[in-house]
Structures are given as C-alpha cells and as structure tokens.
Design a protein around this ligand. Structure first.
Ligand code: AMP
Ligand code: MG
Length: 325
C-alpha cells in the first residue's frame, strides 16, 4: 500500500509518500523568519500557498499519481489552529476528490512511530523540538507521556538563548558549535521538576549570567547544553526504568545535536539497551512520518469519517488508542 501524508502543525509544511517499508518521497518547505517566532496566520498562508507545488513535487519524486495513493493521512494536532486547518482541508479535499480513506495522525506519536520503519520495535521516545519536549512510550495500548516540559520546548529555550547572544535563528547548531569550545562548567538551575521538565529557569539564569559580562560565552553555551541535556537524559532513563523497554529513540529537530546523542548513547550503553536516531529528514517535522503512521493506523483497522477529521490544537498523546502494531 502507498500512503500520502501531509504535515503542517507549525512552521514546516511537509508532504511524504511511503509504503510499509520505504520512503518514496519526503519534501518540505519551512517558513523561516529572522527572529524565529511563528505567526500562526503567516505560517498558515505559507502552507496554503505551497501545498499544490509541494504535492506535485512529492508525486513526481515518488513517481506515482494520485490514483495510486491508497490513503491520505494528515497531522491532526497538536499545533497551531490556522496551520492545522489548512492541512486538514487539503487532506479532506484530496480524499474526497480521489475517493481515498483519510486518517488523522497525532504529530508527537508520528515522530516516534517512523522509527519502526527501521526495525525499532517498542521504544521509549525522547521527542525534542522547538515547541515540544516529551518522553513517551507505549503502555497499556496508548502512548503515555512520562515527562514533558512544563513551560517552553528545549529548542525554543536554546533559540532564545542564542538570540540573546546575537547568533540569529535557528540557534541550535550555533550553540552546539560554541559549546564545543567550552572548558568550564558554570552552575545553572537543574531542569527536572518531579517527573517533568522546565527550561525557563535555565534560560533566565544563563541570560542573566551572560549580561553580567563575567563569563565566556563558550562556557555558558557548554553549561546550558550540559544542564538541559542531563535533565532530558534523566527523564528518559526514568521512563526506561519504569517501562523496562529495551530501545530508546531520539526524534525532533534537536535530535541533530551530537552532544545530546552522545549523552543518550552513554546512558543506553550503560543499561545495555539499544539507541536509535532516524536520518535527520525523518527527525524534523516531515510528511513521511505522518504518511507512515497513517498507514500503520489504517492497517490496524483505524477508520475516520470525514466529520472525525476536525483539527485538535491540544491533541494529547495519550488520547489515541493504539490498535495497530
Ligand atoms: P523542529 O521544531 O522539530 O522543526 O526543530 C527545530 C529546532 O531544532 C530549533 O529550535 C533548532 O534550534 C533546533 N536544532 C536544530 N539543530 C540543532 C542542534 N544541532 N542542536 C540543538 N538544537 C538544534
Ligand atoms: Mg515536531
């Protein structure tokens, strides 16, 4: 079977075409702004404008026509309302026009599910992106959230710190480079709060210390990463200990970071379990993960009536009953 997936929860519009085993196409367009902030309406207009050309590009790349697509999947949430509505409307139009089943997909779950294309079976997922930070794993037929940020996503925290340092957007790669030259650890507030995470304290304190002019930026970048990432690894490890799972996957845009990968590799090696990071184009927001998850859901018997395709801005990870596998 062949599935088409449309992703558009935030600033990236992505269209993917996949089979159960293979990505046939995975094309994107990301709305970037100088400062990195997202205006929901601008992003929605961006998605509306690019849908048709991107769809054409994806079909071309996959070498298939719409008639060969078996199901249409779309990111139903969580995300920005105006963006979600553009994507859902496009998916409905395609499904109705070509007489295909439609499947609404939870974005966070899709980030983890795509790893199963690579043979991962039942992982604990650390999903880290601009707006989201979540540790999730299947338990009792649902993806449970074992810890998540109580305030900002780790990516946004890094980007905001980078902006303060005048590094522009996105700040992640630049902070990573600076951090490599750090030699001294500067104490910052730890980011674990109970089972959850909070990055606003680390951010505020790092900015405050920077403004005193008393610290090297390399040391601050290094300390920022060490502090925030240690918290991510701790919550992930707790979820592993609790669930007894033997695989950890790292997904989301921040998965590009080599220091975070290294810290997770060390933790998983210590525990004698597997660690996997998908290729970057399947880590970031993308249509292929939506197509693949939609396909797995469909094969697992999930069916949507058109009236069930309403968008869910606050779509919770544990709302979805996982009947596929
Ligand atoms: P996403 O929200 O999934 O589109 O991912 C974008 C986020 O990933 C932004 O906040 C980036 O700053 C962040 N990011 C990208 N590359 C890196 C990196 N090497 N280290 C840390 N964060 C990164
Ligand atoms: Mg995402």
């Amino acid at each position: 079977m062949i599935a088409l997936g449309i992703e558009g929860t935030a600033h990236t519009l992505g269209i993917g075409i996949v089979t159960e085993r293979k990505v046939l196409a995975n094309v994107f367009d990301t709305l970037t702004t100088e400062k990195g902030g997202i205006h929901p309406k601008e992003a929605a207009e961006h998605h509306a404008k690019l849908l048709k050309p991107l769809l054409r590009k994806a079909l071309e790349e996959a070498g298939v026509g719409m008639d060969e697509i078996d199901i249409v999947a779309f990111s139903q949430g969580p995300g920005l309302g105006p963006c979600l509505r553009v994507v859902a409307t496009a998916a409905r139009a395609l499904a109705i026009r070509y007489g295909k089943p439609i499947v609404g997909v939870n974005h966070c779950i899709a980030h983890v599910e795509i790893t199963k294309m690579f043979g991962v079976k039942d992982p604990v997922g650390l999903y880290v992106s601009g707006g989201n930070t979540q540790v999730l794993a299947l338990e009792g037929g649902r993806y449970r959230v074992f810890g998540e940020t109580l305030d900002i996503g780790i990516g946004n925290a890094i980007d905001t710190f980078a902006r303060e340092l005048g590094l522009g957007f996105p700040g992640g790669p630049k902070i990573e480079q600076l951090a490599k030259k750090g030699t001294r650890y500067i104490e910052l507030p730890y980011a674990v709060k109970g089972m959850d995470l909070s990055f606003s304290g680390v951010l505020t304190e790092a900015v405050r210390k920077y403004r005193t002019g008393k610290y090297r930026v390399e040391d601050l970048a290094y300390s920022f990463q060490e502090t925030a990432f240690a918290a991510l690894v701790e919550v992930t490890e707790r979820a592993v200990a609790h669930t007894g799972k033997e695989e950890v996957v790292l997904v989301g845009g921040v998965a590009a970071n080599n220091r975070l990968r290294e810290m997770l590799r060390i933790m998983t090696e210590d525990r004698g379990i597997e660690f996997f990071v998908p290729p970057y184009d399947l880590c970031r927001d993308n249509g292929a993960m939506i197509a693949y998850t939609g396909l797995r859901m469909y094969l697992g018997g999930v069916r949507f009536k058109i009236e069930e395709t309403v968008v869910k801005q606050k779509f919770r990870t544990d709302e979805v009953k996982v009947t596929w596998g």
